[in-house]
Design a protein around this ligand. Structure first.
Ligand code: 6PG
Length: 250
């Protein structure tokens, strides 16, 4: 597979600045699409986006987002109830959703508690298609994190979901003591208009280098499979996460 145009790599002095700049970029990206009747944003799980969520939940950025036309989804979710400490929905609700004027109908939580995950994956894909339209819906913006093992969303190294034909997949608990999950697959990720990766801290430096400056196969480093045919990929990094990247050759 060939990667689409080179991802844009943005390195900031610290996680605070990363969050600030990424939050502003989210607003700019949504405003740039504001002529569309509905805007679609997929939130990432994990802790890295917390600072970004908090900035979107407060002035001035909160007052700039076109909330009335925004539909919010999750690029992955753990198979736990919405109030569980491991829930990506809970993290976003507490840091963002409880503080912004979205109606419940605009918040599309993956219904991971209850039915078998495979059936939930089919239902979630149907909801995404219902709201965004199209067989392979195109998100205006998808936020993604990066695991130290190179995973993104819940696409882990060696996961069959990396080759899934469907837009959403149920995945087994990752080897590292994880939980069964629901995840966007490359089908959906690579249809996006825009993808932001957020990674911070020295622990992510090897995975960042692998993702951006290696020839590793996507099955080894799933983040490398994210290459939208007709979309833009931006990496928001702090200095620690970017520490192993070679400077662009002059
Ligand atoms: C998840 C995430 C996952 C996360 C990375 C980074 O549900 O676990 O979506 O892909 O983004 O593991 O997590 P941190 O931001 O907490 O390091």
């Amino acid at each position: 597979m060939t990667l689409s145009p080179t991802p844009e790599i943005l390195v900031f002095s610290d996680q605070e600045e990363l969050s600030r700049q990424a939050a502003e970029a989210v607003v700019c990206t949504l405003l740039a699409a504001r002529e569309r009747p509905r805007l679609s944003l997929a939130l990432s799980g994990g802790n890295t986006p917390l600072g970004l969520y908090r900035r979107l939940a407060a002035p001035p950025l909160r007052d700039a987002v076109p909330w009335d036309r925004l539909e919010v989804f999750w690029s992955d979710e753990r198979a736990v109830p919405p109030d569980h400490p491991e829930s990506n929905f809970r993290l976003a609700r507490e840091s963002l959703l409880d503080h912004v004027p979205l109606t419940p109908a605009q918040i599309h939580r993956p219904p991971v508690d209850g039915a078998a995950l495979k059936a939930v994956a089919i239902r979630y894909a149907a909801e995404i298609r219902r709201v965004l339209g199209g067989k392979t819906p195109r998100f205006d913006l998808i936020l993604l994190g990066l695991g130290a093992d190179g995973h993104t969303a819940s696409l882990f190294p060696g996961s069959p979901a990396l080759a899934a034909a469907d837009p959403v997949a149920a995945v087994e608990a990752p080897a590292v003591g994880g939980l069964p999950r629901l995840t966007f697959t490359p089908v959906l990720l690579n249809a996006a208009h825009s993808v932001f990766f957020l990674a911070a801290g020295p622990g992510k430096a090897p995975a960042v280098r692998l993702a951006l400056q290696s020839r590793a196969a996507p099955t080894t480093c799933p983040a490398r499979i994210v290459a939208p045919e007709d979309g833009r990929v931006r990496w928001f990094l702090d200095g620690d996460a970017a520490a192993l990247l070679k400077p662009p050759s002059e």
